[in-house]
Write a new protein. Structure first.
Length: 738
C-alpha cells in the first residue's frame, strides 16, 4: 500500500474536491481500468474519511450485469461490503439476478450455440460463440465468490443452508474451496455434500477431490452407489477420489463395498467407468488397458452369475475384443437378462449393451430408438453401430431416421452407411445432404461423391462450388487464406466423373478463373477439368500458369502448380495435342514444383514441340530437366526422334513389360545404381525418381511423399478456446490446400 503521511491524509480529507474525485474514480475507473488494483486499495480509500459506499455500490451494479466490464470485481465488492453492517443479501440478490439474466440470455442464445457446435457458421464466428456463454456468467459468479468469501470469514457458512439462492452460493463456496491451497475444515466439506444439488453438486465433489478428507468415506460410498449419477466426468471423478481414499491408489476396495448395496445396472455402469477411467499412475497404451481390465475383473467376481456373464461380455468389448465373439460366449441366462437391463439401465450403459445385444441377435429396436432420441452424438453413434451389427431388415429404415438427428456426426454416419448400397430412389433423398446446415455434412457428401459418383449429385455439387463456409481460423497477424473445404470437395467430386455435362464444366471453368478468398478452390477446379472434353479447358489451364502467387509472392504459386499438374494429367489421358510456347518457357525457367509436371507433359507428347524443348534444354545445359522429359518419353513409349543411351535402352525394355529380374546382373546394377542415387526430396531429381519408381519399378533410397503437394510458406497454426473443446474443427492443423 502506498505510504501516505498523516498530514497528507488530513489535507486530502479536508479538501472539498477529494470526495468528488474518489467517487468518480470508484464509479468510472475501477470497473473499466485494464489494471488490477490490490484489495488494500479499499483500506487506503477509507483512510480519507470520505463516504464512498454509494460509489462502490454503483460500481458493483456496473460489473454485476452479464454485459458489464470485468475489471476489479473483487475490489469493488469488498468496497461495497466495507461498512460496519455489510449488506450481504443485497449483493447476493444482485449477483443472483445477474445469473438469471445470463440464464435468460443463454436460452435465447441456444440457436447460435447450436449453429456453432454444428459448424453451420464460419470457424471464426463459432470460436466467438462458443466462448461467449462463459463471458456472460463470469461477472455473476466471480462477484458471488467474493461475497461468499467475505461472509464466510465473518459468519461461517451455516447461513447458506436457508438462503433462497442456496445453489448459487454453494457453487461459489465449492469454487473457493477448490481454488484454495489451504485445506478446509471437514465440516465445510460435509456441509457442501449435504446441501449441494444438481449442477452445484458436481462442483462440490470437485472441491472434495482437491481437498480429500478420509472422514468423507461414507459420503463417497453413498454417492458411488447412487443410480441417478449423470455425466461420465463426474462418475470418473468419484473413481479417482476412491483411489485416493484407499491409500494405495486403487478404487476397487471402495467399489467392492458399493457392489453390496448398488443395483445391478449401477454395478455394470461402474465397470464401464472403471475401464474408461485412467488414474494418474496408470501406464499408457495397451498396458493401461490391461491395468484397468484387471480392476474390472476383480469387481466382476462379486456379481451374481447372470450379471457376471454380462459384465464379462462388456469388459471384452470395452477393452478391444471382437463384439461378435463376446456375444457368442454369452450364456443363455445372460441373453435372457440383457433385454430387460437395456430398458432400465442408464443411457451411457445402453450404448455398449445395445452393441452386445445386437451381436447376440436380440431385438434392439427400442434401445436404438432410445439412444437416438437423446440428441447426444455419443448415444447416436452407439445406436448406429448397434444397428450395423444387427444388420436386420429395419436397418436402412432406422438409418434414414437417423438422418434427422440433431447432431451432424450422427447424420453423417447414417449417410455414410446408406450411400454404398443406395438405390436410385434413395439417392434422390440422400443428395439432400448437400443442403444440410452443417458444413461437415456437406463436406461428407462431397467426399462420398468422389467415391460413389452419382449422376444425381452433379447439380448439387455445382451449387456447392459456391459454398463459402470457412473452416479456417485466421491469425490476427494475417497472412493466411480462407479454407472453403466444401467448395474444394465439390470440385474434387466433380473431377471424379469421367464425363460431365456442359453446366458442370461451365461452373468449374468459372471457379478456376475466379478470385476467391480461398485460392485452393480454383486449384481444385483446375484439377477437376484436367480430363474433361471441352475446347475451353486447355486455354484455361495455360492461362492459369501465369497466375500470381499467394498475396503477390512469386515464390508460392499454387494455382500455377495446380494448372501444371492438370496439363500433365491431360497429356497422359491423351486429351492434349500440344503445349504453347508459354508452357515451354515455364518448363525451362520455373521452379521444379511447376516446371516438373510440365516437363512430364512434354515427355508424354511427341513431335516438334517436345524436340524444341529438348533442344533448348540441352543448349542451356539443364540436364536434369532434359532427363525428366526423356525419361517420361521412354516410360510412355513415345520415342519418335529420340536416340537412346545404354541406360535408357534398359529403361525402355522395362517400360515395354520386361521384368526387372530378367535383366542381366550388369544391366540391373546399371539402372538400380542410377535410381538409388536420385534425390527423392527436392528438385527435378525428385520427379525423375518418381518416374523411375512408378513407371519402371526401380528401387529408391527413401520415399517420395506428396509429389503433388503444394509448395507453401511456413505458417503458425491458430489456437482458439474452441480448438480445445468437443466442437473444434475436424479439419485441424495447418491447411496444405489439398
Amino acid at each position: 500500500m502506498p505510504q501516505v503521511s498523516d498530514e497528507e491524509i488530513a489535507a486530502l480529507r479536508g479538501d472539498g474536491s477529494t470526495k468528488a474525485f474518489l467517487d468518480r474514480f470508484v464509479r468510472e475507473v475501477l470497473p473499466f481500468a485494464h489494471r488490477e488494483y490490490h484489495p488494500e486499495l479499499v483500506v487506503l480509500l477509507g483512510r480519507f474519511g470520505t463516504e464512498l459506499n454509494d460509489a462502490f455500490w454503483d460500481a458493483l451494479d456496473s460489473v454485476a450485469g452479464p454485459d458489464g466490464p470485468h475489471e476489479n470485481i473483487g475490489v469493488i465488492v469488498m468496497g461495497a461490503m466495507s461498512s460496519q453492517s455489510p449488506e450481504y443479501d443485497r449483493a447476493i440478490a444482485r449477483f443472483a439476478r445477474s445469473e438469471a439474466e445470463a440464464d435468460a440470455w443463454l436460452e435465447g442464445f441456444a440457436e447460435q450455440t447450436y449453429q456453432a457446435e454444428e459448424h453451420a457458421v464460419d470457424a471464426d464466428a463459432a470460436d466467438h460463440i462458443i466462448d461467449e456463454p462463459g463471458d456472460q456468467y463470469f461477472n455473476a459468479r466471480q462477484g458471488m465468490k467474493v461475497v461468499v468469501k467475505l461472509r464466510r470469514a465473518r459468519d461461517g457458512i451455516d447461513w447458506i443452508a436457508d438462503n433462497p439462492h442456496r445453489e448459487l452460493l454453494l457453487y461459489a463456496l465449492a469454487e473457493l474451496i477448490a481454488e484454495s491451497r489451504r485445506s478446509p475444515k471437514l465440516a465445510e466439506l460435509e456441509f457442501l455434500l449435504k446441501h449441494a444439488k444438481d449442477w452445484a453438486r458436481h462442483q462440490a465433489w470437485h472441491a472434495v477431490q482437491q481437498h480429500w478428507n478420509d472422514g468423507l468415506g461414507d459420503l463417497l460410498l453413498a454417492e458411488l452407489a447412487r443410480s441417478d449419477l449423470e455425466g461420465v466426468s463426474h462418475r470418473q471423478r468419484l473413481l479417482t477420489i476412491a483411489a485416493v481414499h484407499s491409500g494405495i491408489g486403487d478404487p476397487v476396495p471402495d467399489l467392492l463395498k458399493v457392489f453390496g448395496v448398488a443395483s445391478s445396472e449401477r454395478c455394470l455402469e461402474i465397470i464401464t467407468d472403471v475401464i474408461a477411467a485412467k488414474l494418474d499412475d496408470d501406464p499408457e497404451g495397451k498396458a493401461g488397458i490391461a491395468t484397468r481390465r484387471a480392476r474390472a475383473d476383480r469387481l466382476v467376481q462379486n456379481l451374481g452369475e447372470a450379471e457376471r456373464g454380462l459384465a464379462n461380455g462388456l469388459i471384452d468389448i470395452l477393452t478391444g475384443g471382437e463384439i461378435r465373439a463376446a456375444a457368442s460366449a454369452l450364456p443363455e441366462p445372460v441373453r435372457n437378462l440383457l433385454p430387460s437391463i437395456l430398458l432400465s439401465c442408464s443411457i451411457d450403459l445402453a450404448g455398449p449393451l445395445a452393441c452386445l445385444a445386437a451381436a447376440a441377435g436380440l431385438d434392439i429396436k427400442a434401445a436404438a430408438e432410445r439412444l437416438l432420441s437423446t440428441d447426444d452424438k455419443r448415444d447416436g453413434r452407439a445406436a448406429i453401430q448397434a444397428l450395423h451389427i444387427l444388420n436386420g431388415v429395419e436397418l436402412r429404415t432406422s438409418l434414414r431416421k437417423a438422418l434427422a438427428h440433431k447432431r451432424y456426426d450422427v447424420r453423417r454416419r447414417a449417410l455414410r452407411a446408406l450411400a454404398p448400397d443406395a438405390t436410385p430412389d434413395e439417392r434422390k433423398h440422400l443428395v439432400s445432404a448437400a443442403d444440410d446446415d452443417s458444413a461437415d455434412m456437406r463436406l461428407a457428401f462431397t467426399r462420398l461423391m468422389q467415391e460413389h459418383i452419382w449422376p444425381e449429385a452433379i447439380e448439387r455439387l455445382i451449387e456447392l462450388l459456391a459454398d463459402t463456409r470457412n473452416f479456417g481460423s485466421h491469425s490476427p497477424m494475417g497472412g493466411a487464406w480462407s479454407r472453403f473445404s466444401v467448395a474444394r470437395g465439390a470440385a474434387q467430386a466433380l473431377g471424379a466423373f469421367e464425363e460431365l455435362p456442359v453446366s458442370a464444366v461451365d461452373a468449374l471453368v468459372e471457379a478456376a478463373c475466379a478470385h476467391s478468398a480461398d485460392p485452393f478452390v480454383a486449384c481444385s477446379a483446375l484439377s477437376a477439368l484436367a480430363k474433361q472434353d471441352d475446347v475451353r479447358i486447355t486455354p484455361v489451364l495455360l492461362a492459369a500458369l501465369e497466375s500470381p502467387g499467394l498475396d503477390g509472392d512469386p515464390a508460392y504459386r499454387p494455382r500455377a502448380q495446380a494448372a501444371a499438374w492438370a496439363l500433365c494429367d491431360r497429356a497422359t489421358a491423351e486429351k492434349l495435342d500440344a503445349l504453347d510456347p508459354a508452357a515451354a518457357r515455364a518448363s525451362q525457367r520455373d521452379t521444379s514444383v511447376i516446371a516438373g509436371p510440365l516437363l512430364v507433359a512434354f515427355g508424354v507428347l511427341d513431335g516438334e514441340p517436345r524436340e524444341r524443348v529438348l533442344t533448348e534444354l540441352r543448349a542451356s545445359k539443364q540436364l536434369e530437366r532434359e532427363t525428366v522429359v526423356r525419361t517420361t518419353a521412354i516410360a510412355a513409349d513415345k520415342l519418335d526422334g529420340l536416340s537412346l543411351g545404354d541406360r535408357e535402352q534398359i529403361l525402355w525394355r522395362l517400360a515395354r513389360g520386361e521384368a526387372l529380374d530378367a535383366l542381366t546382373a550388369e544391366e540391373r546394377a546399371c539402372v538400380e545404381t542410377w535410381s538409388q542415387a536420385l534425390d527423392v526430396d527436392a528438385g527435378f531429381e525428385r520427379f525423375i525418381a518418381w518416374i523411375a519408381e512408378v513407371a519402371f519399378g526401380l528401387p529408391l533410397v527413401g520415399e517420395i511423399n506428396g509429389i503433388r503437394a503444394f509448395d507453401l510458406p511456413e505458417r503458425i497454426g491458430v489456437l482458439t478456446m474452441r480448438s480445445m473443446s468437443p466442437y473444434r474443427e475436424e479439419e485441424d492443423g495447418v491447411d496444405e490446400g489439398m
